[in-house]
Design a protein around this ligand. Structure first.
Ligand code: HEM
Length: 72
């Protein structure tokens, strides 16, 4: 079962964290958990990150984490 610390946090680049700091902190467990579905849908529709879309397996890992109840 994926965890935030081991599997999800490393998916976000420093560039992503910086760019999105106006909205939420992608390095923070509570903030990613609170915005998880919004984050997922922007990555899934390819609008974020705007410079480098995620490969399907990375998106699937995020979905797996969300569906597993978002362990820390
Ligand atoms: C609720 C989800 C999100 C919303 C509403 C959102 C919205 C935005 C907005 C409004 C900007 C600024 C202007 C623009 O480029 O459109 C932006 C920039 C950016 N976002 Fe997001 N974003 C979301 C999730 C994410 C995620 C999950 C990532 C990374 C995995 C990400 C990476 C970026 C990057 C790298 C930029 C900078 C683009 C650039 O100027 O080169 N965003 N986002």
């Amino acid at each position: 079962m994926p965890s935030f610390a081991a599997d999800i946090r490393p998916l976000f680049r420093d560039r992503d964290i910086e760019a999105m700091s106006f909205a939420f902190d992608l390095s923070d467990y509570d903030q990613v958990k609170a915005n998880a579905e919004g984050i997922y849908s922007r990555i899934a529709d390819g609008s974020m990150p705007c410079d480098e879309p995620w490969p399907p397996e990375r998106l699937a890992l995020l979905r797996q984490w969300i569906d597993a109840g978002m362990p820390a």
